[in-house]
Design a protein around this ligand. Structure first.
Ligand code: C5J
Length: 227
């Protein structure tokens, strides 16, 4: 069965059983007041705007029995998987591995590394722990998608211009069709968010499509009805 999702630069048709919803780095340290992102002077309310649309997309994907995948950016406590070029960047004393308000910054197992409660993964939903910005870099995501016959990725998460963009670019080069859900993605910089989405769908969809959570929900409802 193929369903149609309203999107830009044009509608996309895909088989729900070959599609996955992937939510990128909806982690406490990026999103919550008192977290690492806010400590750096960012307005986390801008990122929290994506939580409701992500919840909508998550509920719709679960109802239609899509594969749902969550990612978290973070490193081993001993930092041996973190390249020096990544470790040396950022504000002094607020770098990866430094003590932060919710534990060590971007370290696996720390409270700030967790996904926000509103989007908590179900036990059967894979969580990809990624050391890079892109979800394919040094992870088993590609294997997992291929083993499950996935050819289309529906993407939400933060931040639009960094980890969401990098993941969509990586996926596009690996042959996956990618749809960013505009309102389910967010950035600390609204201009980067807007331009980031423009870049994905430019030139006839140079590396993907852009839709929104309500359109995705409607498409999933249609899939459930048709099943
Ligand atoms: C993400 C970042 N998730 N901006 N990380 O976008 O460092």
């Amino acid at each position: 069965m193929l369903i149609t999702l309203d999107a830009e630069p044009g509608p996309i048709r895909f088989a729900p059983n070959r599609a996955a919803l992937i939510l990128i780095d909806m982690q406490r340290d990026f999103l919550e007041p008192g977290g690492f992102g806010e400590t750096l002077g960012n307005d986390v309310a801008l990122l929290q705007m994506a939580v409701g649309p992500c919840q909508m997309a998550l509920a719709a994907a679960r109802a239609a029995e899509l594969l749902v995948i969550h990612t978290r950016e973070g490193h081993r406590p001993d930092l041996r998987d973190a390249p020096p070029a990544k470790l040396e960047r950022g504000a002094p004393s607020k770098r990866i591995g430094d003590p932060g308000p919710m534990g060590r910054i971007l370290i696996r197992g720390e409270a700030g590394h967790d996904i926000v409660a509103a989007l908590a993964p179900l036990p059967e939903e894979p969580v990809i722990d990624k050391p890079g910005k892109g979800a394919f870099h040094q992870t088993d995501l590609d294997q997992l998608l291929r083993n499950n016959g996935i050819d289309t990725l529906i993407v939400g998460g933060v931040t639009t211009e960094v980890c969401v963009h990098t993941t969509i670019r990586e996926a596009n080069d690996r042959g996956y069709r990618c749809v960013a859900l505009a309102d389910a993605c967010a950035s600390y910089f609204p201009e980067f968010h807007r331009i980031g989405l423009e870049m994905i769908k430019a030139q006839g969809g140079i590396f993907g499509w852009v839709s929104d959570a309500a359109s995705f929900r409607n498409a999933m409802n249609a899939a459930v009805r048709a099943a």
